[in-house]
Design a protein. Sequence first.
Length: 256
Amino acid sequence: MCLIVFSVLEHTDYPIIFAGNRDEFHGRPTERAHFWDDTDLLAGRDLKAGGTWLGVTRSGRFATVTNFREPGEHRPGARTRGKLVTGFLKGDVDARSYMERIDDRAGDYNGFNLILGDAGGLFYLSNRDGSLRILEPAVYGLSNGWLDTPWPKVRRAKALFEDVLRSRSLAPAPLLELLRDDWRPRDEDLPKTGLEPAVERTASSIFISDPAYGTRASTVVLLDRNGGVTFVERSFGPDGEDLGTASFRFDVESAP
């Protein structure tokens, strides 16, 4: 995932609201969101490395990861970051304890931002600042820098997201529309992250349409106050064409 906006306890009916885009090379093999065999894990699957960028479980566990943008620092032999997500979702360690364990070996991975949630709360960790954070009630934005780094597209996504939150009847459709926004800032306002100017420009919009690398999927996850989960994923092709939408609805299972 390369852009995420989400809220914690900012809406009367939905304690957690999440909307995010996964940006990736179109040639990287991927399975769309589905319940994985013999598990309660709902997620897409990266067929190259075996992990995922975002997932939820019927027991109410949530996880997502973004890469940290640092051109020239990629280590091919590092552990795959997608397994940070599946390691938590397929296990039974609580979110905070799992984060603490990851923190001890965070240097094994290329740069990442990790968000995990369960009944104990929502937590954030980046191995580029090393600080585990409990996410208090607020609206947050995350791309490929630190949480709430004020890149233009992060600021814009948060503003659009807050407009949606004001709606009394929240639904996935306006959140998916937000994630389709292709506005770009002026060149002088682009973040300086070390990318070539043309690449920085292409990556500066919420929705990225490019034949080689772009938005592959938009995902909305809503957790309502009664424990109901709505999960909607829309997939896209190299030219930004809509390849279809998958929708799931289930209630969080109580612990035995």
